[in-house]
Structures are given as structure tokens and as C-alpha cells.
Design a protein around this ligand. Structure first.
Ligand code: ADE
Length: 242
């Protein structure tokens, strides 16, 4: 997968060279390009912002550097990336969207700063590429860079060959619509606290049932909003009624 990121703070994206995603970049599973938006400014001050028409506080990112950057990274007559624009006004970033984006050959992330980007940039891009304005959650960050770190990590770990154990994202929180329950490793008793007996039983069906029960209980306690999208059988319903 090709991933390009446009930002006025390219240094903010340095963590993409570390750990799991960094290894995927080193191995060529992810072809990463981080680009400084100011490369596409031509005035002495390399200006990327200006005050908003109609007044109001703060500054907006000017359209022109974005237009030039998009045209150079994704020329109009060539293949087009899917453009992802982090913004608190976007649709929520979810595991389902991470799965969808992980299936794309090319993603281009556009990091806004200040009060955002002139709205014509997204309109202009949408004439030739799929554009998603995406929010991480109901809070306001200082810019899109941290949101991109989050999204690239969530997407990157889904790519074939990035996680050591392919089965491990099949058990993630959200892959069955539920939060994952508690997990334990050695020792069997730690500071007087034993691991639940069933996990030591070797009884695979009982372990799977216990894990499902814990996931159901945790989801009901912490994220009851998720349960409406989960298919529950009679055993599940009984556990939730306890
Ligand atoms: N930029 C600023 N706040 C954001 C948020 N909550 N999600 C995505 N991008 C953002």
C-alpha cells in the first residue's frame, strides 16, 4: 500500500518510522511519503494560512498550496489515491472504516492545522478522487497529524504480513462487534490473584464461551451502544440478563 501524508509539520509523522508500522515501511509493505506542504508555497514567508472570509477567530489554510500539492502528488491524468482529511467535522473513524481503507492501494492524508482548510480543496479533490473527511472522536485536536498517526496504525496493522500472527486481529475488540474481555499470562497466581480456572482447563469450548461472556458483560457495562449491532443468541441474552 502507498501512503502519502501532507503536513506543515512533517516531523510529527516521525513515529511512522518506528515499531510495527516502521518495520512494514522498511520491508516495503507500506510505501510511505511524508511531504511538507510548504514545498508548494512561493512567497518569501512560505505562507499557508490566511484569515477567514466573513470574519471570526483564527486562521484557515489557503487553498493554493493544497491544490498544487495534490496536482503534483496525484496528477490529474494518472491513478488517484483515496484522500483522507482528518477533521472533527468528519464521519467517525471506526474499525469498519479502517478495514475499508486497508483494502485501498493508495491513501493520501491531508493534515489541516489552525481552523481547518479552505472548503474548496475538498470539493476540488472530490472531482477526481474519493474523499473522506474523518473524525477520531468528539474532541478537537490542534491538527490532523496525530489523527493520521492513529489511522495509519489502525490501517497498517490490518495489511497482510504486518502483524506476526494473522489470527490476532480476528480476536480484536470490535472484530465481532464486542469489546475484548480480560486476558492473562503467567504466573497462575500473582500477588494473591489467580487466573480464572476455566483458562487453565484446556477445555476449548468452555474457554470460548467464557471469553464471549466476558466480552458481552464488558460491552454492556462500558459501551452498551455497541450491543444493538451485535447478533445475540439465547445464551448471550441470558448472560446479559444476569
Ligand atoms: N483534527 C482536529 N480534531 C480532530 C479530530 N477529533 N479528529 C480528526 N481530526 C481532527
Amino acid at each position: 500500500m502507498k501512503i502519502d501524508v501532507l503536513s506543515i509539520f512533517p516531523g510529527y509523522l516521525a513515529p511512522l518510522r518506528e515499531s510495527l508500522i516502521g518495520k512494514a515501511v522498511d520491508r516495503g509493505v507500506i510505501e510511505l511519503g511524508v511531504h511538507d506542504l510548504r514545498r508548494w508555497t512561493y512567497d518569501v514567508h512560505r505562507t499557508v494560512d490566511d484569515s477567514p472570509y466573513g470574519g471570526g477567530p483564527g486562521m484557515l489554510m489557503r487553498a493554493e498550496p493544497w491544490g498544487l500539492a495534490l496536482d503534483e502528488l496525484a496528477p490529474v491524468d494518472g491513478p488517484q489515491p483515496r484522500l483522507v482529511v482528518p477533521t472533527p467535522a468528519g464521519r467517525p473513524f471506526t474499525q469498519a472504516l479502517a478495514n475499508e481503507l486497508a483494502a485501498e492501494p493508495w491513501l493520501l492524508f491531508a493534515c489541516g492545522r489552525y481552523e481547518g482548510i479552505d472548503a474548496r480543496v475538498v470539493e476540488y479533490a472530490a472531482d477526481r478522487m474519493v474523499v473522506d473527511e474523518v473524525s477520531l472522536g468528539d474532541y478537537v485536536l490542534a491538527g490532523g497529524e496525530v489523527a493520521v498517526l492513529v489511522m495509519v496504525e489502525a490501517i497498517g496493522r490490518l495489511l497482510p504480513g504486518v502483524l506476526g500472527n494473522v489470527a490476532s486481529h480476528e480476536q480484536d475488540s470490535f472484530s465481532d462487534g464486542l469489546l475484548e474481555g480480560p486476558a492473562y499470562t503467567r504466573p497462575e497466581v500473582w500477588r494473591g490473584r489467580p487466573v480464572p480456572d476455566v483458562l487453565l482447563s484446556g477445555h476449548h469450548a468452555a474457554i470460548a464461551r467464557w471469553r464471549r461472556d466476558e466480552a458481552l458483560r464488558r460491552t454492556a457495562a462500558r459501551r452498551p451502544d455497541l450491543l444493538s449491532a451485535v447478533t445475540l443468541d439465547t445464551t448471550d441474552r441470558k448472560v446479559l440478563a444476569e
